[in-house]
Design a binder for this molecule. Structure first.
Ligand code: NDP
Length: 368
């Protein structure tokens, strides 16, 4: 009993003395952020927009303030969920008027691929920065037009490459830059999932611009570049199709492709809409290796190198991405791996070359 009373007395005493204790030696809470905040409107309130909006609730430097949608019921729902004022709500007919809205800095385009080009060009003409989802466009020509429009309007164009901010991915890049793998010789990128509903826009050539390559194969393309640290100079590719009803003309089901890099490394990649459990990157060099599996899903990303497990913490990709993009757009911060229109254009040039290689059966030389 006595010892219990002593204990309680000690607690009471420490509670009384707490406010007078010096702060040194205690974990100090970070100072509240009082820098500039990026005010974001999202266009196309679908599945990914919801993910981004939810993740942005935890951002310190970015805030969801507006929406652009073709569905009035979604606008009403989002207004309620995220406290969006009516004056920041637009549809596809009237969103050019965003030009007059001083409370929106950037529009994040999360509509089907085929709509990106025109929508990005319209946002740029309205004088707002643009974040566009991947793939930035259907082909390199469209990508170039978007970049030119943003330059002309003096706004920035970023693309939603969330993996460029992912801690384990960045650690592999740091190790490669540090020479830990020695001369890099080989990359393997396997990206795919079994796609469901045959009526969805992802299986409609007009809206998707292609098939698995546009949607998921692009991760292997982009990943090969940031893992190896170079841009490819040639490509070969082979397509297989087991279900020509579901995957119509121009909608690729499975493509294997190979990329050659100036330093001598080669990449061997698979893009598919017909296999699950395919989300793996492997990098091999003369002195070591890195493996990420899963490598590009929403995480947690897992990985190891010849030095052991990668232990960097899991982050919500879209939260970090939006905070980092706020830093880029508002403070001129430079990311480790670029996320601008030029970066995305490289992937589009490679996709164009892969489709050309599939069609011709020939090796296609590349200058990205
Ligand atoms: P969804 O189909 O879920 O949403 C797209 C939204 O775009 C719709 O809900 C609709 O919103 C709007 N829209 C406008 N016109 C059309 C149309 N003709 N057909 C269909 N929708 C239309 O797609 P996702 O959210 O999955 O994908 C959107 C984009 O985001 C794609 O480019 C995709 O590649 C990319 N993405 C990126 C991911 C990443 O990890 N970075 C992950 C998933 C997707 P509304 O009713 O409000 O107009």
């Amino acid at each position: 009993m006595n010892s219990r009373r002593d204990f309680l007395q000690k607690i009471a005493a420490s509670a009384i003395t707490l406010p007078f204790m010096p702060l040194s030696g205690w974990a100090q809470a970070p100072a509240p952020y009082d820098g500039p905040v990026l005010r974001v409107a999202i266009m196309g309130l679908g599945s990914y927009a919801n993910r981004v909006a939810n993740a942005m609730q935890s951002c310190t430097k970015a805030k969801l303030v507006g929406v652009i949608s073709g569905t009035p019921s979604k606008v009403q729902d989002w207004q309620g969920r995220f406290g969006i004022p009516a004056k920041n709500c637009y549809n596809y007919d009237n969103f050019d008027r965003i030009k007059e809205n001083q409370d929106i800095d950037v529009v994040y385009v999360t509509t089907p691929n085929a709509l990106h080009r025109d929508q990005v060009i319209r946002v740029a003409a309205a004088g707002k920065h643009v974040i566009c989802e991947k793939p930035m466009a259907l082909n390199a020509k469209e990508g170039e037009e978007m970049i030119a429009a943003c330059k002309k309007a003096k706004v920035q164009l970023l693309v939603g490459y969330r993996m460029h901010f992912e801690p384990k991915t960045l650690e592999v890049i740091r190790m490669r830059q540090n020479g830990d793998f020695g001369k890099v010789l080989f990359f393997q990128g396997q990206c795919g999932f079994k796609i469901g509903d045959p009526t969805q826009w992802r299986l409609n050539k007009q809206l998707a611009g292609g098939g698995a390559m546009m949607d998921i194969g692009i991760y292997a393309i982009n990943g090969s570049r940031y893992m190896i640290g170079e841009d490819p100079i040639w490509v070969t590719a082979q397509e297989t199709k087991t279900d020509p009803v579901k995957f119509k003309e121009g909608v690729d089901e499975t493509i294997q492709f190979q990329l050659g890099f100036p330093g001598g490394a080669v990449a061997s990649c698979l893009s598919t809409y017909n296999m699950n459990n395919l989300d793996r990157f492997f990098l091999n060099g003369e002195k070591g290796f890195a493996e990420l599996q899963p490598s590009t899903g929403y995480g947690p990303i897992k990985g190891r190198t010849h030095q052991g497990e990668l232990t960097q913490p899991h982050t919500t990709h879209q939260t970090v991405q939006m905070d980092e993009m706020a830093g880029i757009l508002l403070e001129g911060k430079r990311p480790v791996v670029a996320v601008d229109g030029e970066e995305a254009l490289k992937d589009l040039k490679i996709i164009d070359a892969i489709y050309q290689a599939v069609k011709t059966g020939k090796k296609v030389a590349l200058t990205v």
